[in-house]
Design a protein around this ligand. Structure first.
Ligand SMILES: C[S@@+](CC[C@H](N)C(=O)[O-])C[C@H]1O[C@@H](n2cnc3c(N)ncnc32)[C@H](O)[C@@H]1O
Length: 214
């Protein structure tokens, strides 16, 4: 994807180079790579990034929640689009060194004002925010997908969107993904579809007959 702002494009070029280097090191490490997963970006990838960017431009959300900042790769896509539509991104991460890196990158990209970085356990921090979310990127450790869903669902706006990553890949996350998909299916207010992009995105929209906008 071509970012219009050269500062954003320059930061993205660095992420893209690290993504390639990470992939090579992961292939080298094989299953042992899981033990050092915190050293990797673990990004949503360019295809999903571009999809999220387009979704924000089209939907024009006001408040976007990102669960799992990591080193800020996906945050860059969210924040660049959010700036174009006057939205705010709240991003949550447990690791302080990852958040510090992400903050530096977003600042270099000129996007610091668009992003509210929150450090700590996302499940607890979701409960502390009483505001409504118009769009949520769920890309945290996979065993936390269901606890996060339970925590944010009461705060998902009507017509609000959840994008959950890694539904298809990696294969070893399938048991957690099956639990998440079953939990989503059990929510009558969510309309859901699986998109075969990147590692597999499940897109859910809150839609109910009680929606005052209808
Ligand atoms: C797959 S990575 C996110 C990748 C990022 N969205 C991207 O595309 O660049 C998942 C992140 O969730 C973070 N995480 C794990 N447990 C967490 C928790 N309880 N609260 C907040 N963040 C957590 C991990 O430290 C890790 O950085």
């Amino acid at each position: 994807m071509n970012f219009e702002d050269p500062r954003v494009a320059a930061v993205f070029a660095r992420y893209a180079a690290r993504e390639v280097a990470d992939a090579a090191r992961m292939r080298e490490l094989g299953p042992a790579g899981f033990a050092v997963r915190d050293e990797f970006l673990l990004p949503v990838g360019p295809e999903v990034g571009a999809f999220l960017h387009a979704l924000i431009l089209a939907k024009r959300p006001r408040r976007i929640l990102e669960l799992g900042t990591s080193y800020g790769y996906s945050t860059l896509f969210l924040a660049d689009a959010a700036r174009s539509v006057g939205a705010q991104v709240v991003t949550m991460e447990l690791a302080d060194y990852k958040q510090r890196f992400a903050r530096e990158q977003l600042s270099e990209a000129g996007l610091a004002d668009v992003v509210d970085f929150r450090l700590g356990d996302a499940v607890a921090m979701i409960a502390e925010d009483a505001g409504e979310w118009d769009m949520i990127l769920l890309d945290i450790w996979k065993e936390l997908y269901v606890p996060c869903l339970d925590a944010f669902l009461p705060h998902l706006a009507d017509e609000g969107i959840i994008c959950a990553d890694n539904i298809v890949q990696p294969v070893f996350s399938r048991p957690e993904m099956r639990l998440y998909r079953a939990a989503v299916e059990a929510c009558p207010q969510l309309r859901t579809t699986l998109l075969p992009i990147g590692s597999g995105i499940e897109l859910s929209v809150r839609w109910s007959a009680d929606n005052p906008k209808l």
